[in-house]
Ligand binder design. Structure first.
Ligand SMILES: Cc1ncc(COP(=O)(O)O)c(C=O)c1O
Length: 422
């Protein structure tokens, strides 16, 4: 009795019992999530940035985010919204004014004609993609994913119980899949294809003719298209952009466009993206988002509105700068033994460097992960191994980094490689 009144002793017994219970019954994690890995690009970038913070002179060419800042007008809009805008919940799909601006933007930039019930704003294109897939995929459904692919494509499909069918885009075909390959991959269980143009990580760009051919194969088979178009404003050559959604009326009824503001307007941390597609699809996505997260932040919506309606010169300036960096890298890498770029990227801000020569030259190296680890140690340059994107034998270079960093990185890699006697 006396013991029970003594709160210190009581706490001690209580935590002892709790510890015993916890040690015997491990925390249960669902089967679905226990298999899920963190995003390789996010994990890799975080690791490299931690090294930087700890005082190591590491050059990080791993991140998929522009090294620019949003325009002044966009920043002012966010500030105004924070000081004067409403702070209550808004409509799940996003404010009508922002959706109306998005509808006009889509028509202006890619000739896509939709209404405000056919678009929804989300916390980045990543959420828009997940929403689109969640509304489509039942366990066991097949999803065609051309490789090299962005890491979240396969992870999201698997999370939903879908079966990923990889179709490898060969470097000999410019890292682009052919209509024949897609035709062969289609089965009665195929639910959709995830199409990404221009492509992360290869920078491959499907021309309007390529898109027409691929789209016709898909629509002919009733296969939905989830078209990830987040890099649609960063194209260097290959002609005007064509979205599968505008190829034909039939295609429009089977395609959802995933888009965002992270890349085009340099606002990845503000988390805003969108999905545009057939009304029944968007309606279900809206119910899903309403239950899962609700609308994206009002501040991010204000930023998106200002970005879409503001001066577009900033977009062109960024594109020009990415082009300058790409050209620099292509030339610089061609002079480094053991490295090669088979396919000059035509869009986005990445390139895949072939490292077969280095895998061979490094003792015990088995693949791109070993080369990436070696480069981090020897050259203090962080590049994501291609194996994470379904592109073994390559490393992904992100040139969303300053020219100065790119120059230093190339010099360091060159020195490290030459020490191998290549
Ligand atoms: C192909 C692709 N889709 C979507 C995203 C996600 O973009 P957001 O920042 O809008 O979620 C990325 C980001 O790297 C990407 O590379």
């Amino acid at each position: 009795m006396v013991l029970l009144c003594n709160s210190d002793v009581f706490d001690c017994i209580y935590s002892f019992i709790l510890k015993q219970i916890c040690e015997r019954i491990p925390m249960y994690i669902s089967n679905r999530l226990s298999l899920l890995k963190p995003s390789a690009t996010v994990a890799f970038t975080e690791k490299a940035r931690k090294l930087q913070k700890a005082g190591h002179d590491v050059i990080v060419l791993a991140a998929g985010e522009p090294d620019f800042t949003p325009s002044r007008a966009v920043r002012e809009a966010v500030k105004r919204e924070a000081l004067e805008g409403p702070t209550c919940y808004g409509p799940t799909a996003g404010y009508l004014e922002v959706r109306q601006a998005l509808v006009e933007y889509l028509e202006r930039t890619k000739g896509l004609r939709v209404n405000t019930d056919q678009v929804i704003l989300s916390n980045g294109a990543k959420q828009a993609l997940f929403n689109a897939l969640a509304a489509l995929i039942d366990p066991g459904d097949e999803v065609i994913v051309p490789a090299p692919y962005w890491v979240s494509f396969t992870a999201q499909v698997e999370l939903l119980g879908g079966v990923v069918r990889i179709v490898t885009a060969e470097s000999s075909n410019g890292f682009k899949v052919t209509p024949e390959q897609i035709h062969e991959a289609l089965t009665p269980k195929t639910r959709c294809i995830i199409f990404n143009n221009p492509c992360n990580p290869s920078g491959a760009y499907y021309t309007a003719d390529d898109v027409r051919e691929l789209t016709e194969i898909c629509t002919g088979a009733g296969c939905a298209i989830v078209s990830d178009e987040v890099y649609d404003m960063i194209i260097f050559e290959g002609g005007p952009y064509l979205s599968p959604a505008v190829v034909s009326d039939e295609a429009g009824e089977l395609t959802a466009v995933v888009g965002g503001f992270s890349k085009t307007y340099a606002m990845p941390g503000w988390r805003i993206g969108y999905l545009a597609g057939p009304e029944p699809w968007i309606k279900k996505v809206t119910s899903f988002q309403g239950q899962a997260t609700h609308h994206p932040s009002a501040l991010a919506q204000a930023a998106a509105l200002a970005a879409m309606t503001g001066d577009q010169q900033v977009v062109e300036e960024m594109r020009q700068e990415f082009l300058r960096r790409r050209d620099f890298l292509l030339e610089a890498i061609s002079g480094i033994p053991g490295l090669c770029v088979d396919v000059p990227p035509q869009g986005a801000f990445y390139l895949l460097v072939g490292v077969a020569g280095l895998i061979e030259a490094l003792p015990d190296a088995e693949g791109s992960t070993d080369v990436s680890t070696w480069l981090l140690e020897e050259a203090k340059v962080a590049l994501v191994p291609g194996v994470e994107f379904g592109a073994e034998g390559f490393l992904r270079v992100s040139y969303a980094a300053s020219m100065e960093d790119l120059e230093r990185a190339v010099q360091r890699i060159d020195e490290a490689v030459r020490k191998l006697g290549l």
